[in-house]
Design a protein around this ligand. Structure first.
Ligand SMILES: O=C(O)CCC(=O)C(=O)O
Ligand SMILES: [Fe+2]
Length: 280
């Protein structure tokens, strides 16, 4: 069977909970998703009577027109956001055979599973901080199993000023941390977006932070328990990125609660893990 990782990479992942794999995906796999996004933007323009004066598709400018759409009406950006998750080429990547293989290499003995509702395409627009993910671990937000992987891959090059995801290497070793509900910006955060780590500052002070830049085709893998947060997009371009989440059927905690999903599947994680929720 094809191996994707060296023993050194597997060891790095065990130690840090983070792995950056450059050029992981085939260019055509990414390009067909970018093409799909280009087409969806065209359809949203058409829907709202916006003349489509864009040049033809090219990977470097696949999101052309999106910025103008949201400048006219922010809600049209929400339509693009919901629609792009339904691009067939995106779905093909969600269940790409390499993901299962990666999980089996990183977690020998695991039985890989796709977390339903745990995949999507983020569009982080410049200066739109209310949609940023606060510091979090993936497990309370997704449930399914404590042993899980976030697969994160950009659709457009992520520069430092676009606010790459910030991660704390080694933080997965602390296990699931208690959370409480918070809405620091008064942005109306709900569900997983409103969970804040208790004593966040204290935990963060114990780790270094890394925020690797990345390009289309690259893959960042994160353990479900790694502390991470969205960066701040201070550039003039939206940060487009894909997230896939894999869990492990062969995980005692997941098995015990029947691999329940969290907010995205209508479950309040507090019902499953009351011990991980604390009052503010
Ligand atoms: O892309 C981001 O800003 C946050 C990503 C994240 O939290 C995740 O992929 O689980
Ligand atoms: Fe996350």
């Amino acid at each position: 069977m094809k191996r994707y990782l060296t023993p050194q990479q597997v060891a790095t992942f065990q130690e840090t909970g983070i792995l950056v794999l450059s050029g992981f995906y085939a260019a055509e796999d990414i390009e067909s998703i970018q093409r799909g996004v280009h087409e969806v933007i065209g359809q949203v323009m058409l829907r709202h009577g916006v003349p489509d004066t864009r040049a033809g598709f090219s990977p470097a400018t696949f999101d052309q027109g999106y910025r103008e759409l949201i400048a006219t009406n922010r809600a049209w950006g929400g339509e693009v956001y919901d629609a792009v998750k339904q691009i067939p080429a995106f779905f093909r990547l969600v269940a790409h055979p390499s993901h299962e293989a990666l999980m089996r290499e990183l977690r020998p003995g695991s039985i890989p599973a796709v977390a339903a509702g745990g995949y999507g395409i983020r569009i982080d627009n410049p200066f739109e901080d209310k949609f940023r993910a606060m510091w979090h671990q993936e497990y309370p937000a997704q449930l399914r199993s404590v042993d899980g992987l976030v697969l994160w891959s950009p659709l457009a090059p992520v520069t430092v000023d676009m606010g790459p995801v910030v991660m704390c290497p080694g933080s997965h070793k602390v296990g699931p941390l208690p959370v409480f509900n918070a809405d620091p910006e008064g942005a109306g955060r709900t569900g997983a977006y409103a969970l804040k780590i208790k004593d966040e500052e204290r935990w963060l002070s114990q780790y270094e932070q890394v925020a690797p830049i990345s390009s289309p085709g690259d893959l960042i893998v994160m353990d479900f328990l790694v502390l991470h947060a969205s960066g701040h997009n201070r550039s003039d371009r939206s940060r487009w990125s894909m997230q896939f989440r894999y869990f492990n059927f062969n995980d005692p905690v997941g098995r015990s609660h029947g691999w329940k999903g969290s907010f995205a599947s209508g479950v309040d994680f507090r019902q499953v893990h009351p011990e991980l929720f604390v009052g503010a």
